[in-house]
Design a protein around this ligand. Sequence first.
Ligand SMILES: *Cc1c(COP(=O)(O)O)cnc(C)c1O
Length: 445
Amino acid sequence: MTGSQAAERRERILGAAVRQRLLDPDDAVLAAFVDLDGVAASVEALHRAFPPSVQALHAFAAKANCLVPVLEELRTHGMGCEAASPGELAQALAAGFAPERIVFDSPAKTRADLDRALALGVAVNVDNFQELSRVDEILAVRSSTSRIGVRINPQVGSGDIAAMSTATATSKFGIPLEDDGNRERLLDAYRDRPWLTWVHAHVGSQGCPLDLIAQGIAKAVTFAEKVNSDLGRRQVIGIDIGGGLPVNFGSDEPTPTFDEYVARLQAHAPALFSGYFQVVTEFGRSLLAKNGFTAAYVEYTKTSGGRPIAITHAGAQVATRTVFMPEAWPLRITAHDPAGALKHEDVVPQDIAGPCCFAGDLIAQARPLPRLAPGDIVALLDTGAYYSSTPFHYNSLPDPAVHGVRIDADGNVRFRLLRPAETAQHVLARTGGWIRAHPTGPGAP
Ligand SMILES: *Cc1c(COP(=O)(O)O)cnc(C)c1O
């Protein structure tokens, strides 16, 4: 899809959403949209990128968009699911994934989490030596069909965004391969545990260059080969290469592509493609980000210190990273009239503010955009992953509705509700309001 086709598609979706009152200046001031045709195309691009020599399970990282109907949609396109918390595991199961197509990767698994995962038979990536001892204790009393691996930290360094780089020398994730004695300790761990048959690495997310990620994966592959050659048996049968393909937030171009990433993997880790190892991937952002946007009404406009400001309904509650780390997470914004049509005239630098009660609640500062007026709509582009699907409950703002959307061959826009908007009742329910309403109900003191 070209940039102008993508823009036209968003305009069409917004127009239909206004006509169907999924966006409404009184009743639905904020809503998010996931382009389900786009998601299907992204999943297909991922599946096509890996050659048929590789037996791969592509597990979607649920944290990128944890809405159960979205996960279900991905399942019908042949994906597995990566869950990194008990809540995400529950979402994956609710979306109908078979346990053997779920990977459980949390850095802080409790004994109960591990017990449940091993009982279910979901794949488990162990984060550290203490967790490995807990798995030993559980397997001493029950058998499990889970594929079990260890997450290693290949310690290849940082990308542009420190908070997104998981393979630095001091990262909190996995067992650091290069620390004194760790490689030997890990080899012993595999030797003593014939059920330890996978190696996992997730090098980083947004901001990591492809070569850095591929070098990290190459170290995981080399380590797996070393285990098998030292033990003189084919114990490690698979590599879980994690996710982390960065997304282009600067234009509608979906770069870098899965094909480009696979080419870098082939250059750095050719053994991954020999067919000797099975492969699991855990992509999140690269499958969903560009297939979603968030739309909000402009409630008021003003100038302050000479600076034009549009007060909108999209702020830190749905664009948390952008608000708190604006340099690392800039978003494209488009300006639309009340009917959803793109505005083009009278471009001036404007601040785009959200509804939260703190001064930093800005989606963009001094952004050149057609002059906004109350009743206009702003769209925050590329927000299909890690934005409206995982809101921040500041100021008790309600979670907005998320609508799936498809456009048929005749250009008809069809919506499907993926998550209803929260009402004031929902907000009360999650803030203890039910305790006053039901003083003797479950959980009452
Ligand atoms: C976050 C995460 C992913 C997904 O990362 P993306 O950048 O969204 O592709 C995959 N695996 C693990 C272990 C993660 O923590």
